[in-house]
Design a protein around this ligand. Structure first.
Ligand code: FAD
Ligand code: NAD
Length: 465
């Protein structure tokens, strides 16, 4: 068996692991990164990036189809055709460019990459079954676990045949006629809407009483209206019971025990993800756990000295940008810097139509903390840019302290609001007050003006409403 020794061993090359390795390399730390599948992890290969590409192409196709009929814009298109093979190739090209770029960045930073599945032997040793055949035993001073998460599967709906996870749903070679999505969370709605726009009949089965149940109802209302407009049928308070005998339908049970079948040539199971903690010897370390996640402190240290964990492995929120921020921090800690992970806000964006973005505290969260807050919102119906984008649905909402006016949280729903996440986080992290946001000149005409107007409205003197 070959042997190798480095100061830092990163297990897992997703956004958490590869960012940690790049930063460690920049800091001159001898680093090895072990990746069993493809550099870039879930996010670049089968998550954030391909899903956003699919959402974009679905939107473009839906627009072309819309223009075959009468429309306010006066555009006429005849017979739009979807070449799904070419579309999938385009999507694959984006993934290829980004994952290739990660490889180049790791090389530039001087990080050694070992391709193969790693097994944790102890807190300083990992054995890798390399693709080339000869295993490698790697020892290190610091072990960083960045092994990510995996999709939850339902016992009554094992993956296989027509039952797919998001990975297969992103790569379908043929448009399904009837797609049933189980779970109206991030993945279910992002991909369900995309396939509906690409021409599939889509039904969504959700156990809770609302779509996107982790967000408040006011925020999700425009998404619900859009789902209805798109012709996506919703089966709320319902659970999936398994495929029909003929395997071309899904049996569904409602909360009042009604049972019925929905036609389905594909069933996408999107009922959450769990940290990946089994199958690679992690149990042997007997780390303290927080539920199903590896427990870490505010520096991402586990309960074992010099064993660190980041990203989805450490639980919610399972978002790529959180994993990256943690990875960068751990590399700096290993280099001896003083750091801790204590963000005021980790933004979350749901790329539905319309989009939804939250950062910091919601009104309910502020109330639960016993804070005395002012909550104010401004509708996109009063924003010129939104009108010119045909996106007047939705609003921006702010939550600020009543006494100091310090901004604690933002929420928005509407066309293109994902790009407001940066402004929201700057305001929160820099401790801005409502007066600060209200006093900044925002470019006209932009959606950002709605951010300023929300702050003005909270102060009692909005200008455009
Ligand atoms: P991962 O990206 O899961 O990477 C872990 C890596 O470790 C994998 O490459 C795996 O092969 C490797 N690995 C695991 N065990 C071993 C081992 N024993 N040996 C060797 N290698 C190993 N987040 C967002 O912020 N925005 C989005 O828009 C978004 N969209 C998403 C869409 C979908 C469909 C999905 C599924 C997820 C999406 N996410 C999104 C979530 C995001 O992908 C994750 O939060 C992110 O990838 C977590 O990064 P990570 O580094 O912790 O783990
Ligand atoms: P999710 O937690 O967002 O949604 C799961 C949904 O399934 C919930 O609404 C839940 O009530 C429902 N559900 C659970 N069990 C059910 C059952 N038996 N029958 C019917 N419904 C059931 O999970 P997800 O959509 O699978 O996404 C997983 C994670 O991936 C997210 O939590 C997020 O961290 C990440 N992600 C992020 C983005 C983004 O940032 N834009 C996009 C996709 C995924």
């Amino acid at each position: 068996m070959k042997t190798l020794h480095k100061k830092l061993l990163v297990l897992g090359g997703g956004p958490g692991g590869y960012v940690a390795a790049i930063r460690a390399g920049q800091l001159g730390i001898p680093t090895v990164l072990v990746e069993g599948e493809a550099l870039g992890g879930t996010c670049l290969n089968v998550g954030c990036i391909p899903s956003k590409a699919l959402i974009h192409l679905a939107q473009e196709y839906a627009q072309a189809c819309r223009f075959t009929g009468a429309n306010a814009l006066g555009i006429r298109v005849e017979n739009p055709v979807l070449d799904l093979a070419q579309a999938q190739q385009w999507k694959g090209g984006i993934v290829g460019k980004l994952t290739g770029g990660v490889g180049a960045l790791l090389r530039k930073a001087g990080v050694q990459v070992v391709q193969g599945w790693g097994t944790v032997v102890d807190g300083k040793t990992v054995e890798v079954a390399t693709r080339e055949g000869e295993p490698v035993r790697i020892t290190c001073e610091h072990l960083l676990l960045a092994t990510g998460s995996q999709a939850v599967s339902l016992p009554d709906l094992p993956l296989g045949g027509p039952v797919v996870s998001s990975t297969e749903a992103l790569a379908l070679a043929e448009r399904p006629r009837h797609l049933v999505v189980v779970g109206a969370g991030y993945i279910g709605l992002e991909l369900g809407i995309a396939w509906r726009k690409l021409g599939a009949e889509v039904a969504v089965v959700e156990a809770a009483a609302r779509v996107l149940p982790t967000y408040d109802e006011e925020l999700t209302r425009p998404v619900l209206a859009s789902l209805r407009r798109l012709g996506i049928t919703l089966h709320l308070n319902c659970t999936a019971q398994g495929l029909t005998e003929s395997r071309d339908g899904l049996r569904v049970r409602s909360s009042n025990a009604d049972e019925y079948a929905l036609p389905a040539d594909k069933v996408l199971v999107a009922v959450g993800r769990v940290p990946r903690t089994a199958g690679y010897g992690l149990e042997g370390l007997q780390l303290d756990m927080a539920g199903r996640a590896v427990k870490v402190d505010e520096q991402c240290r586990t309960s074992m000295r010099n064993v660190w964990a980041i990203g989805d492995l450490t639980g919610e929120p399972m978002l790529a940008h959180r994993a990256m921020a943690q990875g960068e921090m751990v590399a700096e800690l290993v280099a001896g810097h003083r750091r801790r992970f204590a963000p005021q806000a980790i933004p979350a964006v749901c790329f539905t139509d319309p989009e939804l973005v939250v950062a910091g505290l919601s009104p309910d969260e502020a109330e639960a903390r016993g804070l005395d807050v002012v909550v104010s919102s401004f509708p996109f119906a009063a924003n010129g840019r939104a009108m010119s984008l045909e996106g007047t649905e939705g609003f921006v909402r702010v939550v600020a302290r009543q006494d100091t006016h310090q901004v604690l949280g933002w929420q928005a729903v509407g066309t293109g609001v994902s790009e407001l996440a940066a402004a929201f986080c700057y305001a929160i992290e820099m401790g801005a007050r409502l007066e600060d946001v209200a006093g900044i000149i925002h470019a006209h005409p932009t959606l950002g003006e709605a951010v300023q107007e929300t702050a003005l409205r909270a102060l009692g003197h909005a200008l455009h409403i």
